[in-house]
Write a protein that binds this ligand. Structure first.
Ligand code: HAM
Length: 431
């Protein structure tokens, strides 16, 4: 029986893929841009394990959140420890931050990560059980400029990737005192219409009423539309922070919409929350989202330092890029493609292919002894710059035929000068 991948997962392939967004060369391009943009903004990479103690996410993301109650991949190891495949990155970054006492090293910590996250969600277009996230976490600075830097970094990545028409929606969920005041007013507003709410929202009413604000149920939405705004309940400090941030975004000419219904599905947020959406992905339209989480580090046993970050889904980013027909870099082929005609030529050209590689020149060889026109057509499919062809006649005359695959020009050159010629052409064409 042929093996089959589990539901909600996918492979990323160099060719033969069933959907272009699963092509590895596009993923590599996005990953390169992520590395460049994070370097330009002064962020350093952090890597953390694929699984953690389940309690980390229960405490961090929140015991009543959908991620924890419905979506975690939970398992026990042989010693009976309760573990979970990571559903998100922030909790792990902060766990690592406090475990290794990184706070003692400096005052500002700007970290980024990239990798798979796991959520047991109902798979659909744009929603997977293993998705890949690029995330950043800036720890140690509470001023609004830090919020603006994080938001701008994400928008700059989208711009560099060529994505058009993305929308930044922003809100403040305030600090703890603002949230308590709002929660009370919100519950008073909902109480008389409680029986009209969806079953999920009825449960949330007791456990986590704020989450009702971003319910997708149409009846809930209609009720919530008339609810008071969380922005009217912000403490003076949260209000100042929010208006300061908006002022900075204005001066950066970064367009945004204030959406006072955004609360996000993770419990650790305080003050700024934001999401970036596009119109092309249907219901799974968020290509990134994040917010501030002052107060979260002490909850994980760390120092009382503020923080802000985001996560952005790579699958959705690539799908938007393809939908918007953005020019993508071509697959990089070998600089030299050796085409031997016959066994003797194959053995000789193979040593030259290897020696070229040892000189850092990308080279490949046809070991299938294809017919010359098949080998040349393959060389152009893989994007080779030059083909170097030799059969028994060329070996006798001690020459090799060079074909420039772009211009189709041909040249006969001495066989024993292959490496020297390759080096010269590499210097002028290859870098
Ligand atoms: P999140 O909004 O849950 O935030 O996820 C971040 C992004 O990951 C989403 O905007 C979306 O692009 C992508 N994503 C999430 N779930 C899926 C899925 N099932 N399939 C495909 N893509 C998905 C967080 O995870 C927070 N840790 C972000 C953060 C960092 N907040 C502060 N720091």
């Amino acid at each position: 029986m042929k093996g089959k991948i589990p539901k909600g997962l996918f492979d990323i392939l160099p060719y033969g893929e069933d959907a272009p967004w699963k092509s590895s060369h596009i993923w590599q391009h996005v990953e390169e841009e992520i590395r460049k943009v994070t370097t330009d903004y002064g962020y350093q990479e952090i890597r953390f394990p694929i699984f953690e103690h389940a309690s980390l996410f229960q405490r961090g993301v929140g015991p009543t959140s959908d991620i924890v109650t419905k979506e975690m991949y939970l398992f026990k190891d042989k010693a009976g420890r309760e573990l979970a495949l990571r559903p998100e990155g922030t909790s792990s970054v902060l766990r690592a931050f406090s475990e290794h006492n990184l706070a003692s090293a400096k005052k500002t910590h700007k970290l980024f990560y990239y990798g798979p996250m796991f959520r047991y969600e109902r798979p659909q277009s744009g929603r997977y059980r293993q998705h890949h996230q690029f995330g950043v976490e800036a720890i140690g600075v509470s001023s609004a400029e830090q919020d603006a830097e994080v938001i701008d970094l994400l928008c700059e990545l989208y711009r560099r990737l060529g994505i058009k028409n993305f929308h930044l929606e922003i809100n403040s969920v305030g600090d703890l005192s603002s949230r308590e005041a709002f929660q009370k007013a919100f519950k008073d507003f909902l109480q008389p219409q409680l029986n009209k709410l969806s079953e999920d929202s009825k449960l949330r009413f007791e456990k986590n009423p704020l989450r009702i604000l971003d319910s997708k149920d149409p009846h809930d939405k209609a009720i919530v539309a008339k609810a008071p705004s969380i922005l009217s309940f912000l403490s003076p400090q949260s209000k100042d922070h929010f208006s300061h941030l908006l002022r900075i975004l204005d001066s950066l000419r970064l367009p945004y919409t204030i959406n006072d219904r955004i609360v996000r599905g993770l419990d650790y947020y305080q003050k700024t929350v934001f999401e970036i959406t596009t119109d092309v992905l249907g219901s799974q339209n968020a290509i990134g989202g994040g917010g501030r989480y002052d107060g979260f580090l002490p909850l994980l046993g760390g120092p009382d330092l503020p923080g802000i970050g985001f996560g952005a889904g790579i699958e959705r980013i690539i799908q938007v890029m393809l939908h918007q027909k953005i020019n993508l870099p071509l697959i990089k082929g070998p600089f030299a493609y050796f085409i031997p005609l016959g066994d003797e030529a194959r053995e000789k050209l193979f040593t030259y292919t290897t020696r070229a590689r040892h000189q850092n020149i990308s080279a490949d060889i046809d070991l299938h002894s294809k017919k010359i026109h098949h080998a040349l057509s393959y060389a152009s499919t893989i994007g080779a710059k030059f083909s170097l062809i030799a059969g028994s006649r060329e070996l006798e005359e001690n020459v090799v035929k060079w074909k420039n695959m772009e211009t189709q020009e041909e040249e006969i050159r001495p066989f024993d000068q292959i490496l020297e010629d390759l080096n010269n052409k590499w210097q002028t064409n290859g870098l």
